[in-house]
Ligand binder design. Structure first.
Ligand SMILES: Nc1ncnc2c1ncn2[C@@H]1O[C@H](COP(=O)(O)OP(=O)(O)OP(=O)(O)O)[C@@H](O)[C@H]1O
Length: 477
C-alpha cells in the first residue's frame, strides 16, 4: 500500500470499535470509528474511505441496509460485514447484497486485519467500476454451526450463491451434506427450479441408469411405460448425487459423457435429450483414493471436483452440540405437538462429550427419542437412551438409582438371600457418606450438614461402617 489506507469501522459495541481501531492503527492504517450507519452515510456524501468494516445489528440502519446503500451509491467501495449472529442467513444476505467478505464474531484480530488489507488492495484495483451484485433472497434453510469449520461452509454457500458451478461435498454420513446441497441450490440462480436428490448407495446397481436417465417403454423387462429420469426432472435445477463413490463404473462413464455434452439418451432410447442440470455431488469416501485404486474415473473426479466443501464430523465441532440439540428438541416438540423438553446443564454437558459416530443425524434422532421418552420436562442424564451410556466409560448406568437398586434386590432374592436390608442400608449410607465427604474435602462438620445429620451421628456411622481410614478427618479437628 502506497498511501495510508482509510478504513471506517462501524459498530455500536465500543469494545469492538476499540479493538479494531487499535489493530488497524498498528497495521499502519488510518481507522475511524462510527457508532451507527446513519453517520456513515452522511460522511460518505463528501468523503470516501478505502474500505469499511461494519457490524450487522445496530440501532438505526443495520449493516445489510447500509451495505445495500453503499453498493448502490458508492460502487467499488469494499464492505466487510461482521456479525455476532453467525448464521447462514446473514452470511448469505451479506454476500448477496454485495459484501466484500463476511466476518463472523468473535474473530481473530489478525484475521480481521488481513481481511481489511485485502479489501483495501481490492479497492485500489477496483475503484473504477464495480457491479452491484444483487440476488433474490431464497427461502431460509436453517443450518446451525458456529464452529469455524461451519463458518467456512457458510462462506462457501455465500460465495457460490451467484454461480451454477459444480460442487463436491465431503463429509461423513449424517454431517449435513444434503442440507448443504439444498442450501447451495436455494441460494443459487436455480432456486426456483427443482432440486432432485439421488443416493447412489440406496439404488440397486442395475437400476441406477434408468433412475438417472429414464427409460423408454419396454427397454428392459419390467419397463412397462416410458419413464423420465432424474436428469430430466432436474432440468433447469440441481441434481444432488449423494454417495457418488458408489456409482458403478459404466454409469460413471455415462455421467461423464452427459456432463460433457449436456445431453443423454434414455435407456433403450435413440433420441438425444438435452438437459441443463447443475450437479452437486457428495461422498463420505476419499475419492482420490478411489481414483488411485481404479474404482473411480479420474476424469469424472476432476469434473466434479471443481469446488470442494468439507463438512466436519460432529465430534470436531462439539461447540455446536448444545444449539443443535435445542433446535432439534424444539422441532421434535412441534412435530409431536408437545411441550419442548429442556436439557439439564449436566445432561447437556455429558451429551457434548459423546463421540456421536452418526453425527448430526444421530443427535437429531436422539432428540426425537427424548421428546417421546423422557418423563419430565427436564431431561436428566438418567433419561438418556441406553446406547448413549454404553458408548462412553462415564459413570452413568442408564438407569435411575432406584431402578438400579430394584434390579439389585431382585437379583439377591433370586439368589435366595434373606435380610437384604442388612446389606443394602449400610451400603447406601456408605455411598452417601463417601460422596458428601468428597464434596467437602473430608471436612466432617460440613459433610454432616450436607447429609442432614448431626456431626456426632456422622462420626458414629463412620465408626460403625468401618470407614475410619477411608473418611480420614483433615486438619480441621
Ligand atoms: N448444521 C445443521 N443444522 C441443522 N440440522 C442439521 C445440520 N446438519 C445436519 N442436520 C440435519 O441432520 C440430518 C442429517 O443431515 P443430512 O441428511 O444432510 O446428512 P448427510 O451428510 O447427507 O447424510 P448421508 O450421507 O447419510 O445421507 C438431517 O435431518 C439434517 O436436516
Amino acid at each position: 500500500m502506497t498511501e495510508t489506507a482509510n478504513v471506517w469501522i462501524i459498530d455500536d459495541d465500543r469494545s469492538i470499535r476499540w479493538v479494531l481501531d487499535r489493530a488497524l492503527s498498528q497495521a499502519q492504517m488510518n481507522p475511524r470509528a462510527f457508532e451507527n450507519g446513519d453517520d456513515v452515510m452522511r460522511h460518505l456524501e463528501h468523503e470516501r474511505p478505502d474500505a469499511i468494516i461494519s457490524d450487522i445489528r445496530m440501532p438505526g440502519i443495520d449493516g445489510i441496509e447500509l451495505l445495500s446503500q453503499i453498493v448502490e451509491r458508492h460502487p467499488g467501495l469494499p464492505v466487510i460485514i461482521m456479525t455476532a449472529h453467525s448464521d447462514l442467513e446473514s452470511a448469505v444476505s451479506s454476500y448477496q447484497t454485495g459484501a466484500f467478505e463476511y466476518l463472523p464474531k468473535p474473530f481473530d484480530v489478525d484475521d480481521a486485519v488481513s481481511l481489511v488489507k485485502r479489501a483495501v488492495a481490492h479497492s485500489h484495483e477496483q475503484r473504477a467500476h464495480h457491479e452491484p451484485a444483487k440476488g433474490e433472497r431464497a427461502d431460509t434453510t436453517e443450518i446451525i454451526g458456529e464452529a469455524p469449520a461451519m463458518q467456512e461452509v457458510f462462506r462457501a454457500i455465500g460465495r457460490l450463491s451467484h454461480s451454477n458451478i459444480t460442487v463436491l461435498i465431503n463429509g461423513e454420513s449424517g454431517t449435513g451434506k444434503e442440507l448443504v446441497a439444498r442450501a447451495l441450490h436455494n441460494h443459487s440462480p436455480r432456486a426456483k427450479s427443482a432440486f432432485i436428490a439421488l443416493n447412489m448407495a440406496a439404488i440397486p446397481k442395475d437400476l441406477i441408469e434408468s433412475e438417472l436417465f429414464g427409460h423408454e417403454k419396454g427397454a428392459f423387462t419390467g419397463a412397462g411405460a416410458l419413464r423420465q429420469g432424474r436428469f430430466e426432472q432436474a432440468n433447469g435445477g440441481t441434481l444432488f448425487l449423494d454417495e457418488i463413490g458408489d456409482m458403478p463404473a459404466d454409469t460413471q462413464t455415462r455421467l461423464l459423457r452427459v456432463l460433457a455434452d449436456s445431453e443423454f439418451y434414455r435407456v433403450g432410447g435413440t433420441t438425444a435429450i438435452r438437459a441443463d442440470v447443475r450437479i452437486i455431488a457428495a461422498t463420505h469416501q476419499n475419492l482420490e483414493k478411489l481414483v488411485e485404486a481404479g474404482s473411480f474415473r479420474e476424469d469424472l473426479f476432476h469434473r466434479l471436483n471443481v469446488i470442494r466443501v468439507h463438512l466436519p464430523k460432529l465430534a470436531e465441532r462439539r461447540e455446536d452440540i448444545p444449539r443443535l440439540m435445542q433446535y432439534f428438541l424444539k422441532a421434535a416438540a412441534k412435530e409431536l405437538s408437545v411441550e419442548p423438553k429442556v436439557l439439564r446443564p449436566d445432561t447437556e454437558e455429558y451429551l457434548s462429550t459423546l463421540p456421536w459416530p452418526g453425527n448430526v443425524r444421530q443427535l437429531e434422532n436422539t432428540c426425537r427419542w427424548l421428546t417421546v421418552m423422557a418423563s419430565g420436562r427436564e431431561i436428566h442424564i438418567s433419561d438418556l437412551p441406553p446406547e448413549l451410556m454404553a458408548q462412553d466409560e462415564a459413570p452413568v448406568t442408564g438407569q435411575t438409582w432406584q431402578e438400579g437398586l430394584r434390579n439389585w434386590a431382585e437379583l439377591e432374592l433370586k439368589r435366595g438371600k434373606q435380610g437384604i436390608l442388612d446389606t443394602a442400608i449400610p451400603e447406601f449410607e456408605r455411598v452417601m457418606i463417601e460422596t458428601a465427604l468428597k464434596h467437602t474435602g473430608g471436612r466432617r462438620r460440613d459433610g454432616a450438614q450436607l447429609l442432614g445429620w448431626g456431626r456426632n451421628t456422622l462420626t458414629r456411622k463412620i465408626k460403625e461402617l468401618d470407614m475410619e481410614s477411608a473418611a480420614a478427618e483433615d486438619l480441621e479437628d
